[in-house]
Design a protein around this ligand. Structure first.
Ligand SMILES: Nc1ncnc2c1ncn2[C@@H]1O[C@H](COP(=O)(O)OP(=O)(O)OP(=O)(O)O)[C@@H](O)[C@H]1O
Length: 283
């Protein structure tokens, strides 16, 4: 046991074998994603953020050589190292104890299966629910993620929803089996700016209400500053800094973080909290 619930990554290395030789992608990642917090993982394109998130779900590309440990601890789960699980055990954990939301919600949902079909299949597989109970829970989930007309939405297909609504459906599907850990990889990047803030707020609410350990992967430090409790900054397969959101944004310790912040646009990010809200929080 690591002594904390959530996701604990230690010394994670990942190389990809190819004809040209081994390419080192992750160079020894240490990262804590405690229950009830949003941990942001920031960094420029190619720094290894997505690969860290995928590895945490056991979804690394074929040919990956990995080292280190990925531990998962919660009320009903104690996995000292996900990397040591065989595929059957890994399948039981994935989708049940740890779930992922991707940038493009259409990639997580089958275009030809109704929303109800997708949500209930998933729950019946992992939770062994009857068809009716799974359907009732699917309605509750859609209400929880604020999809309007939840019961009617079950009979609709992905193309009948807007991008923002569809990302909410994908989030409902991710939390359907009550996982302890949620990995959200650029969950708002593909969405219209007008709906980004709502989706970020939803992730924050779910983290607080359900006690989720959320790893929020994004290249956008502005998005991070709106919702994350702590921010880890990645550069070239390593974490160069991890601290409280305020410290990382306002008093970065690494030169790399400072350069990322300097490249931020000066307009407030979607869902950013105002100075008044921050001050009220601090009181
Ligand atoms: N399937 C793969 N095979 C080989 N190399 C890969 C594969 N997927 C990603 N990489 C490489 O791994 C490195 C890290 O990629 P990763 O997608 O984790 O970066 P990222 O920080 O998430 O960037 P982005 O924000 O662009 O997604 C990059 O050099 C990328 O080219």
């Amino acid at each position: 046991m690591t002594g904390q619930t959530g996701l604990t990554i230690r010394g994670l290395t990942l190389s990809i074998r190819s004809k040209q030789g081994d390419k080192r992608i992750l160079r020894g990642i240490d990262l804590d994603v405690p229950t009830g917090t949003v941990t942001g993982l920031a960094g420029e394109s190619g720094s290894g953020k997505t690969m860290t998130g995928l590895a945490a779900c056991g979804l690394q590309p074929p040919g990956s050589l990995m080292g280190g440990t990925i531990a998962l601890q919660g009320e009903r789960v104690d996995v000292p190292n996900l990397l040591a699980l065989r595929s059957k055990a890994l399948n039981r954990v994935r989708g049940r104890e740890i779930a992922m939301v991707f940038q493009d919600p259409t990639a997580s949902l089958h275009p030809m299966i109704s929303i109800g079909g997708q949500l209930t299949d998933h729950m019946r597989y992992h939770l062994d629910l009857s068809k009716k109970d799974a359907r009732d829970r699917a309605v509750e989930l859609l209400e929880r993620v604020k999809v309007p007309n939840a019961r009617a939405a079950l009979d609709r297909y992905p193309h009948q929803f807007s991008g923002g609504q569809l990302q909410r459906v994908a989030i409902a599907s991710a939390i359907a089996c009550d996982p302890g850990v949620l990995i959200a990889d650029e969950p708002t990047t593909a969405l219209d700016v007008t709906v980004q803030a709502g989706v970020l707020r939803l992730l924050r609410e779910l983290c607080d209400d359900l006690g989720l350990a959320v790893l929020l992967v994004t290249h956008d430090l502005g998005v991070m500053s709106a919702v994350a409790d702590t921010i880890a900054v990645m550069h070239d397969g390593e974490i160069v800094e991890h601290g409280d959101r305020r410290q990382v944004i306002q008093e970065p310790r690494s030169d790399y973080t400072r350069s990322l912040i300097e490249s931020l646009p000066k307009t407030p990010p979607p869902g950013a909290r105002t100075d008044d809200e921050e001050a009220a929080d601090a009181r």
